[in-house]
Design a protein. Structure first.
Length: 189
């Protein structure tokens, strides 16, 4: 069987670190006074849409399956290669939970335009609370606990996963912003 639909995405990741002056000032000021930060690193990488993600798209559009209405962004802290057979139940990577937000950040996308959809106007934000090395990002949704950090038992869907071009270090108070853009195109075959 030959596919006539291309579906893929790009992760754009920014890591912002408080400046040294801000770290000293923040010891005495409430968090709302945090103003200065320095861009520590960026990453732009294509992802693989998993078999589970592709099956979900087909089931929703052509088999009347229930649509997943909220998706969540995750980051990996294990050096795991992207593979089509990764699933929500067996993601193959270790999801980082070392951030201040109580739950996985939601993927808040705008309506599609020109065959793509993105959350660039409302990036997923992770405020790190430990020293970690990050290796990749993923998009998950559905099931009973889609927003729960580290959940693999909730019966959700792993839509996509991407391994970064190189490992990326973060420390406490770094802020990582994730933008994910998904595009679709006719293969014209």
């Amino acid at each position: 069987m030959q596919s006539n639909l291309k579906l893929g995405g790009i992760w754009e990741v920014e890591c912002w670190s408080p400046s040294r002056l801000e770290r000293v000032v923040n010891t005495f000021l409430p968090r709302k006074h945090h103003r200065r930060s320095v861009l520590k690193w960026t990453e732009r990488v294509h992802n693989i849409v998993t078999d589970e993600g592709l099956d979900s798209v087909l089931d929703v559009y052509l088999h009347a399956a229930t649509q997943i209405t909220t998706w969540y962004c995750c980051m990996s802290e294990s050096d795991t290669a992207a593979a089509a057979n990764l699933t929500y139940a067996v993601p193959g990577y270790t999801e980082t939970e070392a951030y201040d937000e109580a739950t996985r950040p939601a993927y808040n996308e705008a309506a599609s335009s020109s065959q793509s959809i993105t959350n660039s106007a409302n990036k997923a934000v992770f405020t790190m609370n430990a020293t970690k090395t990050l290796y990749g990002a993923s998009l998950v949704g559905g099931g009973t606990d889609g927003n729960t950090k580290g959940d693999a038992a909730g019966g959700g869907t792993l839509f996509c996963y991407s391994k970064f071009g190189s490992s990326r270090g973060v420390v406490d108070d770094d802020v990582v912003n994730l933008t994910y853009t998904v595009g679709a195109a006719d293969d014209a075959v």
